[in-house]
Structure formats: structure tokens, C-alpha cells
Write a new protein. Sequence first.
Length: 512
Amino acid sequence: MGELSIPPLLAHDPEALPPGRWRILLLPIIMVLLAIGIANAAAISGQDARRSNEYDSLRITSLYWENRLAATQLEIDQLTALPHLDAAQRQRLDFLSQQFPSIQATVDKVHAYGLISYAKYGRVMSNWDGYRYEEIVTDGYVYHQPTDPPDIKNKSDMPWPGFPEGHIKNVSWYPLYPLMARGLVALTGISAIHALTIISETCAVLAAVFFFLYARRHFHNRIPFLHSAGEEAAAHPVRRWDLLPADSAALWALAFVLYNPCALFLYANYTESLFILLFAAFLYALQGRRWVIAALIAALASASRSQGVLFGPILAVTYVLRSDLRHGPLKLLIASGLGLLSEVGLFCFMAFLQHRFHDALAFMHAQQYWNVGINSVTISYAMNPVHAMSNFISYLFYVSPMDWPRIWEAFCVLWPPVVLMILGGRFLSFELEMAGWLLWGLPYVASCLAGYPAATDPWMSMGRFMAVMLPAQIIIGAVLVRFRWAGIPLLALSAGMFAMFSYDYGMGQWIG
């Protein structure tokens, strides 16, 4: 058993780089391109099925209302042709005359409505929140007030049933991703939908490379049996495509990033791939003790999604633990400065909201419709683990037919803390373990009473949030490189769920 080259808490020097064989980077690129192909093929198949169902439904609905309109018109004509009308006939004629404009309006609406946005060609990767990013790119941010006229409150082609306003306040979605898409639209003239997809899938490719580089460096330095095995392998001639143990572990970890059940969001019009790219680059900068670069990456992450705000505290604490600066007060001052620099992206967004809507915290206030946030009520509810277990059991045993995406969403509330608690201390660095707990804890508390009204959709989107749980994938890589017999079956199961969820997403179903 070899010695750890870098102790978990006290190492100040940059972590050592594993042997550099850059041709191996082709492997993560091939893996992510295959994942993009599977996601698109499955989602397009699902959209085709949804489109067929929509056309059938539209035909049935259209025929129903057209027949009703014709029958109403025929009865009106028959009554008006009578020379004399008794009281009942006159009352019937008055009723039909009042109903006719409403039926005509319904017919016109059915003819004009067409396919739901999910089923329209070219929109396969823009379901659910993907539509909101498209809306921000094309129309900008919306934060309407109660006194605004109805045409502003309800300006949307995707209304949300039960919500008091059709046009959702989209300031809840952070600006970096739509801003990048808007720039691409301006440069190339392509549609907002395609710009968002191009950015997501490009970021997915880059994220795969950065995460692989980070993971193999992590395994090379911090996992004793891999480090000693790597030394033994280095003592013998290494063929061009031979993999060191750290390479194999990194590829296993990457496979479960790219093919986890909710990995579809890495390739759809969402921020997941951009966030993973920034997260992996941020961790890689921490490995090299490049504090300012890490802070600048964190600043971008804080403008990408809510979890990006956590990079600042992670960087500040890591600097205090890892920096070789001996002057305590100065170290704390620099750590605070790095933490503040890490939040510049969020501060810029808040400044924009204050200027545009006179509310710097509009992105938080707008979440009232989802009942998402951190307060005394959500903290109290989340601290009782019985609630999380009951939510999982409810989907597992009391929902019929079985809703697999919702089961996975509920399960994602439970498995991360178990994995981190049992294996985090063994396979993760301190900063990576801290990142894992924060990345799980923030959505766990904030969305435990989500839904409209409250608690009708608890822990919504936990599957998405845990799809970017890189510390957990690092643990998976460390385990599977030792127990290879379990790797293929687990990966096949995960990839099968990934393909199934991608199909469901194309169908317009909610994927957690």
C-alpha cells in the first residue's frame, strides 16, 4: 500500500500531475459525443410520439367543436324559420344565440392553437425550463407587478394551469447561459433555440474534458492504492493507449456524469453542462492552488445558477486550509476577498435587477409561485428525515402507474448524503467533500416544500440538481476501479434509465 503524496488537509503545494498523455483525451470526447447522440435520438423519438398524439387530439377536438358549432347554427336557423315561437322556443333561441359566439371563439382558438410547444419541430431540447431560457433570449427578463395589465401578466404560449398569471416571472433563471446564447444569436443569426442547444452541447464536451483532467489528477494524488499502482505501472513500458489506474477511475467517474438518469439535461437547453464545465474548471484551479483563477471561474458560476453561489464559501475555506501564508489575519482578509470576488456574477445580476425592476432580490422574490427558498419553515421541514423517506415511499408504492422519473427524483433526496457520509471521507479531499454536502444541502432545504400550492411538488428537480453532483461521481469512480465486475451492470442500468428519461423528456413529461 503506497503512501498518500498529499495529506487530505495540510497540503499547501499544488497537487502533482499524472503522466501526461494527451491522446487519452479522445476517450472522454468520444464518450460525451455518444451521450449527445443517445440523448438526441431518444428525445426526438419521444417528440415524434408526442406529436402524433397531439395531432390525433387536435383532430378530435376540432371535429367536436366544429360539429357543435354547426349543430348550434342549424338549430338557430330552424327556430328563426318558425312563424311563431312559444315561450320555451324563444328561451331556447335566446340561449343558443348567446352561446354561439362563445362556441365560434372556441373553434377559432382550436384552429389557431396548433401543437403544444413541446411537440413542434426543432423544440425537442427546449421543454419545460428550456422554454424560459429561450424566452429570456428573445424577450428579456420579466418581473411584472400586480398592477400591470392582464396582457402583460398572461403573455405566454405555455400557460401554467392553476397559476394566477400565465407569464411567469422569469428573473428566477440566472443570466449567464441566456446571455451567451443571445451573443451567439447576434453573431450568427440562428434561432435562440438552436443557439441554446449549441452552447449546452459544446459546454458538455468541454466539461467532459475538464472533469476527466480533474478526476485523474485527484485519483493520482489522493487514493493510495491507485497512486501505488500508478507507480508500479510507470516502472514498466507503457503502450500508447494503456490506461493507468487513475485514468480508469476518471473514466468510470465521467461515465456516470454523462450517462446518469438525468444526464439528459447536460445536452438540452439547460444550464447543467455550463455549470459542470465551470465546476470542473473551478476544482482544477483549486488543485493547482490558482486562487484568483478559481475566484474568476466562481464569479461566472454565480451568474449561471443558484448552486454556483456556493463556490465562494468553498474557495474561502479552502484558501484558509491550503494556503501557505502564515499571517493569520491577512490570510482571513484574502480569503474574504476571494469569496467576494467569487460572487461578482451574482452581484452584477442583482445590480441589473435593481436598475430594471427596482428589486435587487427579484430572483428570490419571484420564486414565491414555486414556494422555493430557505427560511425557518423549510429548514424545520427538511431537518426531519421522515419527510424525505415518506416522499420516496409514496412514489415507490402509492403512485400508479409507476412514475420512474419521479421515483428517481425522490431517491436523489436520499442517496447523496448516504454516499458522502460513508465514503466521502475516504475518497474525497476536504474541499470536494464540502462541495458535495453544499451542493446537496442547498436544493434539499430550498425545495423541500416546493409546488403551487406549497408542498404539492416537494423536492422538485432534485434529479437535475444531483446530475451535477461531481463529488458523488468521483466516489463512484474510486469504487468501480476496484470492483470492475460491478461497473458494467451499473453503467448499463444507468444508461438505460438515461435513454428512457430522454424519451420521456421528448414526450413532454416532467423529468426531475
